[in-house]
Design a protein around this ligand. Structure first.
Ligand code: AQP
Length: 349
């Protein structure tokens, strides 16, 4: 029987409703990160959850990062979180490497996850491509560290974009195998929260590829720091088809670029796709693109202006991350200690 507590918290009764999510400081924030992740992070901060948000710098170095760029991108990402509405007084905000328990639990999970599970991860296959023999070992074990990020806080809910669904399933498999191997109900089965009209924002140049901060083409993405002119130019040049917009969502079938622009509009305007098409159906892209540019600029300009202001005081950003890391360590340390005990490691007093 499922009791009331369990019903509202699928991870199981007895676990606090706690959110964890992270973003890599592997480049500038994109509209994909904002709509797929940060916008939901802000909403969850205002709901009935304890919220923990991270800049996953240990994940970022699974591919080469110039040290100066990594420092700047980490601070800029922190500024992006805060400018988007994450309040460090309400959410724990920090960079991953300041909380060593992530890497420590990651090692335990390297010994729980199976090679067969890891070999199925599509993100590794996409990122390694034909260069499999030359990528870092860290890129391969990325998902076990991600499982540790989540489970070191006993997080129960993880807001992510669609591309992270498979890693979340692996996190649940790792938690279940650990619990089963040691005969204990210790790690919760964290629930992915993949919600909104734009859980998979696609490249502006190719509707079959996700918008990504590491795409070599800057025209493929909208960066959160882009100027109004840049945003308008990129949307004007975005790939589309020659037809007018349909008046119902079903008409977007097999039109990936059109679907992408409509999804972006819907997510930015907090409307459903059907509501957008009820207004814009029948219009040509020459009419719809300026509507989308105006909306994107209206929503993103205040965020980029605030990011630029916050970036002028880097010491303050570092201070906020230090306070967040301390709070994060306080939650993570006892969970890691208990994990070591369960596994059979001696803990000297
Ligand atoms: N295009 C996207 N649409 C919706 N959500 C997205 N996310 C990323 N891209 C999109 C979500 O943003 C969160 C943070 O992602 P990440 O930076 O940790 O890693 P990623 O998914 O690999 O993002 P990028 O931009 O593609 O980074 P690079 O290029 O460095 O690999 C996640 O919740 C993700 O789902």
């Amino acid at each position: 029987m499922v009791d009331a507590d369990q019903a509202s918290n699928p991870a199981g009764a007895g676990f606090t409703k706690r959110v964890f999510s992270g973003i890599q400081p592997s480049g500038g924030l994109t509209l994909g990160n904002y709509l797929g992740a940060i916008k939901r992070f802000v909403e969850m901060q205002e709901e009935d959850y304890e919220t923990i948000y991270c800049m996953v710098d240990l994940h970022a170095i699974t591919v080469w990062q110039d040290p100066e760029d990594l420092r700047r991108n980490t601070r800029e990402l922190a500024a992006g979180y805060i400018a988007s509405g994450i309040d460090p007084a309400k959410s724990i905000l920090f960079n991953q490497s300041q909380v060593p328990q992530h890497a420590q639990l990651g090692w335990i999970f390297n010994c729980v996850a199976r090679m067969g599970w890891m070999n199925r991860m599509t993100q590794f296959k996409d990122k390694a491509g034909k260069n499999r023999e030359n990528v870092s070992v860290g890129l391969f074990s990325y998902p076990t560290l991600m499982a540790a990020d989540i489970l070191v806080y006993h997080a129960t809910h993880v807001p992510v974009g669609e591309d992270q669904k498979q890693h979340l399933e692996l996190t649940r498999d790792i938690a279940a195998k650990f619990n089963n191997d040691f005969g204990i109900d210790f790690f919760p089965l964290a629930e992915p929260v993949i919600e909104g009209a734009a859980t998979r924002v696609m490249s502006l140049r190719d509707g079959s590829k996700k918008m990504s901060k590491s795409d070599p083409s800057d025209a493929s993405r909208i960066n959160m720091t882009d100027s109004a002119e840049d945003i308008a130019r990129k949307i004007r040049k975005a790939k589309t088809d020659p037809d007018a917009l349909p008046s119902e969502a079903a008409g977007l079938e097999n039109r990936p670029e059109a679907r992408n622009l409509v999804n972006i509009y819907a997510a930015l305007a907090d409307m459903s796709v059907d509501q957008v098409l009820a207004e814009a159906g029948g219009r040509q892209f020459s009419q719809f693109k300026p509507m989308l540019s105006d909306l994107a600029v209206a929503k993103l300009a205040p965020i980029s202006t605030e990011m630029a202001r916050l970036m002028q005081d880097q010491a303050e950003i570092d201070r906020i991350l230090g306070v967040g890391a301390q709070a994060a360590r306080e939650i993570a340390a006892p969970i890691l200690d208990r994990t070591y005990e369960i596994v059979g490691m001696i803990r000297s007093a």
